[in-house]
Design a protein around this ligand. Sequence first.
Ligand code: S3P
Length: 429
Amino acid sequence: MATHVLAPFNKPLLGELEIPGDKSISHRAVILGSIANGTTKVSNFLDGEDCMRTVKAFQLMGVSIEKQESTVIIDGKGSNALQEPLEPLYFGNSGTTTRLMLGILAGLPFFTTVYGDASLTERPMDRVIDPLREMNATIDGRKAGSYLPLSIKGNSLQGITYTLPVKSAQVKSAILLAGLFANGETKVIENTPTRNHTENMLQAFGAAISSDGSETTITNIQTLTATNVYVPGDISSAAFFLVAGAIVPGSKLTLKNVGLNQTRTGIIDVLLTMGADLQITNQQVSGGEEFGDLTITYKELNSIVIQGEIIPRLIDEIPVLALLATQIEGTTVIRDAEELRVKETDRINAVVDVLTTLGANIEATDDGMVIHGKTTLTGGEIKSYNDHRIAMMGAIASLIAKDDVEIDDDSSIYISYPNFFEHLKEITV
Ligand code: S3P
C-alpha cells in the first residue's frame, strides 16, 4: 500500500515519451509463442504485473521464457510439450490472462486450477465458460463455475459457431484460442467490432484464420510457427498523456510508437471530434499492427456524446476521458458503456466518486456518465479502488488541481504502466 501525494503543476507540459508496450498484444505474444514451434522474440514487451502473470503460467507448464530488459524470448515446443502445472496458477488482477488462458487450458490434456486477487475473484467468467462448455470443455468453480477459483480438466474440443452476447475481445479470443485445439470449424460472430489483436497475431503465427471484421473463423487443429513480435506502445497508456496535453494550457506532448490498430483508436476519434490539435506521424505496420507517433497540442475542446460502436474502441480510456470532459464547456455524455461495471472495479462508480471528490459535476447512469463542464478541480483524498486506470486518472487530474491530490494506494499502476510516475516527472520539469 503506497499513498501518493501529488502537488498541482499548472504549467505547460512539454516533451516526448516512449509509451510502454501494449498490454493486450504482450499477453497474446506470450500465449502464442508458448504454444508455437520455434523461438519467438518479443520486443518492447510490457513488463507489467498482468503480462508477467501470463509468463509465469507458461513457465509453470514447462515453457522456457527468458526476459532481457524489454525483450522476451520464448522457446516454444508446441502445445503438446506443455506439462500439467504442479501448483495452482495465480492470475493476480489480470482478466486477460484468465479469460484467454481458459481458452487454452480447456483443450490441453491435463488438470489445472486457477485463482486471482479479490478483484478478479469477483469478475464474471461465465461469459467465457458458457461457450467453452458448448465446445465440450470441463470447467468448474465457485457459483456453478462462473467465478474464480476454477478448475479445468482438458478435453477434446468441438468447434462451434458463437455470436457474442457481450462486446468482449477477451471472450472472442478465448473461443478462437480454444478453436486451435478443436475439431471442425470455430466461428465467432460479433455485432460490434472489438479489438482484433488475437486474429492479427494468429495470422502472423501461421494459423488458418479468416475474418471480415464481424465473422472470424478458425479451422481444425492448428500448429503454429514461431515468429518475432514487435509490441507497439499501448494507446490505453498513451491516453493518460493525450488527456494531460489536452487539459493543461500551453502543453505540447509527443508520444512515440503508439499502437494505432483501428479497433483501439476510439480515443483519437473522440479527441478529433472534440476539435483537438492531434497529429499522427511516422505511421508503420508490424505483424498486422499499425503504430505511429502522436503529438497533442493544447486547444479548447467541444463537448460531445460518446456512444454506440465506438465504445469497445475506447472502453479502457473512459476514466481519463471523463476527466477530460470536466475541462470542456458543456455536457459530455457517455452511453452504452455498461461493461465498465465489470472491469477491475465498477469504473462508473469509481470515476464518479473520484471526480466528485475533486469537485467535478458528474453523474452516473446505468451505462455511463454525464459530465457538466467546465469545473475547476480542487485537491482531495481519493481512492484508487486498486484499479490502475483510476489511480492514473487521479494522478493526471492533479496536474490541474488547485491543491494536493492524495491517492490512497498507487501500487496498482504496476499492472499496466510501471514507469508512469517517471514519465509524469519527465514532462513536469
Ligand atoms: C482486453 C479486452 C478488453 C479490455 C481489457 C483487455 C484484451 O476487455 O477492457 O483491458 O486484451 O482482450 P473485454 O474484452 O472484456 O471488453
